[in-house]
Design a protein around this ligand. Structure first.
Ligand code: NI
Length: 129
């Protein structure tokens, strides 16, 4: 027997299905939100732009493939099932030699390129998939 939570319908989210519908690189899409944070999925391939987020910590969790999170004096390699939190204020860029599928967790409406504006890489916010 289940419980009825008011009029809220509880919908399971299947991440594989969500990733299958995501085609673009460097364009995170929201799959859930909670407590002012957003859970997003993204495909990365190539090298992102150096940037930092003054007020937001940023989580990267690799779903499929491999990626790097590069800092000015260190490179962190991430494989499937591995994650990293980039602290606010720390300059970084992400890179992937082969396409990687990544789950992101960060405050709602955070700009992916942080303090930098890039015509090709700055992604729209608020996009659900
Ligand atoms: Ni960032």
């Amino acid at each position: 027997m289940g419980h009825v939570l008011g009029t809220t319908i509880m919908n399971r989210i299947n991440l594989s299905e969500k990733f299958a519908r995501l085609n673009e690189h460097w364009r995170p899409k929201i799959v859930g939100e909670l407590n002012g944070q957003e859970v997003k999925i993204a495909r990365f391939k190539g090298t992102f732009v150096w940037h930092r987020h003054e007020h937001e910590d940023e989580l990267f969790l690799v779903w499929r493939g491999r990626m790097r999170v590069e800092f000015r004096e260190q490179v962190v390699e991430l494989s499937e099932g591995e994650m990293l939190v980039v602290p606010r204020g720390v300059e970084h860029r992400t890179a992937a030699d082969e396409e990687v599928e990544v789950i992101l967790f960060e405050p709602a409406a955070m700009r992916n390129t942080g303090n930098v504006t890039s015509e090709s890489l700055t992604a729209p916010t608020g996009d659900w998939i």
